[in-house]
Design a protein around this ligand. Structure first.
Ligand code: XMP
Length: 326
């Protein structure tokens, strides 16, 4: 059995110098483990998989095959950023899979949150498996496992492992970040030259916008979540809240309310804004967002997002609310 305990002598990676020596050690270790064979990686564009990708690209170049599955539940601009950073800038071997229709068809009329999660997880494995079978001569699977995943103490659910692959696709694992904490992964990512927007990203759940488009997902409400989330992120960035607030996003419920636009009655969806701070996601407090900024964001969302006539700010700490709505 592999040793899964962080070596006691290992220094916390807090400086660019320490990140650099970690990178050098890992490049040697990866080359030694993998040689000239091929490695497959599910690249979501999240911090961990992006840092693993950048490390492996440096170590073995095109022998790393990155698979980016767009399940239609990603935030605005994310698939484009993955393609831009990894294919265009780092010249990676990147397979982009547009699986949007597949996921949305499977999720049609499914309203129960845990069922939605299961479908998204299972479909992800299926799509990834199909791509893995198309590739020839793969011996390894790289994963962005980090130390809290191993300790299983983190409330951020173990979402890194592409577990559940069939027996004949059980590759040997490459897990260069498995002894690192999240803040260390970010220092390493920065040293590897990944953009700040990727390295300092707020946590984003595996099921993505799927659990923020409440109830049975419809394309119109999913677009409303994506567009309102983009406006919220843009305004938080402009107003110095990016990197300060732990997690912030919008939610679109599956009910409508009456409103008025251009002197006519409307019957449209509300958008709920959530912005919370926490240390470990077990409890959370609500960010005291300046009222004028909330008003400005409301103005933008009600004018720019189709099908939305109302904006609410969620004032509930955890407990009694969870961070996500589903
Ligand atoms: P809750 O809603 O339980 O969220 O207070 C705590 C943290 O976990 C994230 N979260 C998830 N992450 N898959 C994930 O990878 C999930 O199904 C999931 N559900 C919640 C949530 O975004 C928050 O950071």
């Amino acid at each position: 059995m592999e040793n899964n305990k962080r070596p006691e002598a290992m220094k916390r990676i807090e400086t660019p110098e320490l990140a650099k020596s970690f990178i050098d050690e890992q490049l040697a270790a990866i080359r030694e483990q993998v040689g000239d064979r091929k490695v497959l990686l599910a690249l979501s564009g999240g911090v961990d998989s992006s840092v693993v990708a950048a490390l492996l690209i440096k170590a073995i170049g095109k022998n790393l095959v990155c698979v980016h599955v767009n399940h239609g539940l990603l935030r605005k601009g994310e698939p484009e950023q993955v393609i831009d950073v990894f294919r265009n800038q780092m010249d990676a071997n990147l397979v982009y899979v547009d699986a949007v229709d597949r996921f949305l068809d499977k999720l049609k009329d499914v309203a129960e949150p845990e069922k939605k999660r299961k479908i998204i997880g299972a479909e992800f494995i299926r799509v990834f498996e199909e791509e893995a079978r198309k590739q020839e001569g793969i011996d390894f699977l790289a994963q962005g496992t980090i130390y809290p995943d191993i300790l299983e103490s983190g409330p951020v659910k173990a979402h890194h492992n592409v577990g559940g692959l069939p027996e004949d696709l059980k590759f040997e694992l490459v897990e260069p970040l498995k002894f690192l904490y999240k803040d260390e992964v970010r220092v390493v990512g920065k040293e590897l030259g990944l953009p700040d927007g990727m390295v300092y990203r707020q946590p984003f759940p595996g099921p993505g916008l799927g659990v923020r488009c409440l109830g049975a997902i419809t394309r119109d409400r999913l677009e409303a979540v994506r567009e309102s989330d983009a406006i919220l992120r843009e305004e938080f960035a402009k107003n110095g809240l990016e990197g300060k607030v732990w997690q912030y996003f919008t939610v679109v419920p599956d009910f409508k309310s009456v409103g008025i636009k251009d002197n006519a009655r409307t019957f449209e969806y509300p958008v709920i804004i959530r912005a919370v701070n926490t240390k470990d996601a077990m409890t959370a407090t609500v960010e005291d967002v300046p009222f004028a900024l909330l008003q400005h964001i409301t103005e933008r969302i009600t004018h720019e997002v189709e099908g939305v006539n109302r904006v609410l700010y969620d004032l509930t700490p955890k407990p009694s609310g969870t961070i996500e709505w589903e």
